[in-house]
Design a protein around this ligand. Structure first.
Ligand code: NAP
Length: 509
């Protein structure tokens, strides 16, 4: 987080930071409707966008500029955290919206786009700055990058910038990720590429850095001497909804673990960076990933568990089995649940297990990190009612109910010495009067300002693939079999056994 580059929400907009630009999402898709356009509108509402900015949508759907504006107004009304659009703010915002009907494979379309962007430079003073947001299927990433390069849109000159924001998934295994990166690198330098992981835009994830490095009391305990183990959970109540086709090709390991969970893990476990600046923070994060030995074929069954949900009940309502969801193959081998145990082999963490789990159709939606501390070394309560004390636990809730809580032992009032576990709670919702910005708002603004701290660097992505490479191969060679957990349950029994073998259990959420 570069604080120097960040305008306070009530500060004037960052007009003088070179952020006069044109920006192009693939404009008719789900992400643009639900996330990107609402985020851009909310930035405009907060006066965080420069007035010289234009937003140019590109897709095949045939729309005029006005039809695109109307479509986006409906999308913002439906999905923005700030509710219905403010008519005055929308009027100014809608003026910035343009649309180009084009196929990504069509070289002439890129010339049209380049000419439009040049026109906007003259008309709106966007000064040749460009941010290309590839809100489209990853298969198109290389071809779009190469065609942008071919018409001269990837170059940076005279202090102008040209940046490329790419969505996940970044490859589907080590080899495809390297190939994708090689092709992007052929056109855009690493510093121009912003690999977005929206988890890093969440306040609580950023707060992990503040909690650890802005307070003196946690960091001395944040190591193998005091931490028994760490659990990271990303539980989803939902199934695949409308994205069955995508998910069935991807699965829980690629969709959540390799990117979101590894990103959170690296923030939890990293060394303090010298400064909150892009290079320093990302250097420390990648060191964590490098200290995790890749899972070998021999240990797959020992340290990982996969599952797929069958039919079941959630909230009292019946839900279908994964294999009968729209877009999913009836004999699908895709995992909807993953649990694993990893070790970070460095001085801080040697011997401290990190347990990771994610799953769809679990009983509730919850993303959190639990730091389980070791037991007190000695209990001086002989001849009292105290038999055992539950060890301290620090829980960092990423979603929903963002916040943190610390469990510790307290004396039950009365003449006897008896202890009970109580908790100290911090909730974003009630502690700050301001609602949190959406992750995409923060990340889009950072990309506009050129702050890549919260974006994944290529070496992080590559290392994350290296860690799971053999696991992916082993799972691909070995079909998953029948569904092994009921929708609405906490995953397969083997997920519990993974921890039980170490004498531990998953935190009950
Ligand atoms: N949706 C999410 O919640 C979500 C979450 C995380 C990551 N992502 C990632 O974000 C990216 C976009 O996802 P999405 O859900 O928005 O996908 P989507 O709904 O399928 O949208 C794809 C967009 O690309 C356009 N497009 C497709 N083929 C094209 C072609 N040949 N030429 C020009 N335009 C073309 C589509 O418009 P036309 O059909 O009009 O051409 C549409 O605007 C993907 O990489 C996805 O993995 C999405």
């Amino acid at each position: 987080m570069s604080q120097s580059a960040r305008p306070a929400s009530d500060a004037p907009p960052p007009f003088d930071l070179g952020a006069r630009l044109s920006r192009t999402p693939a404009a008719s898709g789900d992400l643009t409707h639900r996330k990107l356009m609402p985020a851009l509108y909310n930035l405009a509402l907060g006066q965080l966008l420069p007035p010289e900015m234009a937003i140019v949508g590109v897709a095949r759907t045939a729309w005029t500029d006005d039809e695109f504006r109307e479509e986006m107004r409906v999308a913002v009304n439906a999905h923005s955290r700030s509710g219905e659009v403010d008519p005055d703010v929308w009027k100014g915002f809608a003026r910035r919206l343009r649309y180009v009907t084009a196929g990504f494979d069509d070289p002439a379309a890129y010339e049209t786009l380049r000419d439009l962007l040049r026109g906007l430079d003259d008309e709106l003073g966007t000064r040749g700055n460009k941010l290309f947001y590839l809100a489209t299927a990853p298969d198109f990433f290389p071809v779009i990058a190469e065609r942008l390069g071919a018409v001269g849109l990837s170059g940076e000159s005279d202090g102008n910038f040209s940046r490329l924001v790419v969505e996940k998934p970044f490859g589907e295994d080590l080899e495809s990720a390297r190939e994708l990166n090689r092709r992007l690198e052929g056109v855009f330098r690493e510093q121009q590429v912003y690999r977005i992981d929206h988890y890093l835009g969440k306040e609580t994830v950023q707060n992990l850095l503040v909690l650890r490095f802005g307070n003196a009391i946690f960091e001395p305990l944040w190591n193998r001497r005091y931490v028994d183990h760490v659990q990271i959970t990303v539980a989803e109540e939902l199934g695949v909804e409308t994205r069955g086709g995508y998910y069935d090709q991807s699965g829980a390991l690629r969709d959540i673990v390799q990117n979101h969970i590894f990103q959170v893990l690296s923030i939890i476990a990293m060394e303090p960076p010298a400064r909150f600046e892009s290079r320093d923070v990302r250097d420390e994060k990648v060191k964590v990933l490098r200290a995790i030995p890749p899972i070998t074929a021999d240990e797959v069954d020992l340290v990982t568990v996969r599952g797929q949900y069958g039919e079941g009940y959630i909230g009292g309502k019946p839900v279908p089995a994964y294999r009968t969801e729209d877009g999913v193959a009836p004999d699908s081998n895709t995992e909807t649940y993953v649990a694993m145990r990893l070790y970070i082999e460095n001085w801080r963490w040697a011997g401290t297990p990190f347990y990771l789990r994610t799953g769809k159709r679990l009983p509730r939606r919850a993303t959190e990190v639990a730091i389980q501390f070791k037991s007190a070394p000695h209990l001086p309560f002989a001849d009292t009612a105290v038999e055992a004390v539950v060890p301290n636990q620090l829980t960092l809730r990423i979603q929903p109910d963002e916040g943190a809580s610390l469990k510790f032992a307290a004396k039950v009032p009365g003449p006897q010495v008896d202890l009970r576990t109580v908790s100290m709670d911090f909730q974003y919702g009630s502690s700050f009067l301001k609602p949190s910005a959406e992750a995409y708002e923060r990340l889009l603004l950072d990309a506009l300002l050129g702050d890549s701290t919260l974006f994944a660097r290529w070496d992080e992505v590559e290392r994350a693939w290296e860690i799971v490479e053999e696991l992916l191969k082993a799972w691909a060679a070995n079909p998953i079999g029948e569904p092994n957990y009921e929708a609405g349950g906490w995953g397969p029994d083997a997920g519990d056994e993974l921890l039980a073998r170490d004498g531990r259990e998953w935190r009950r959420l």
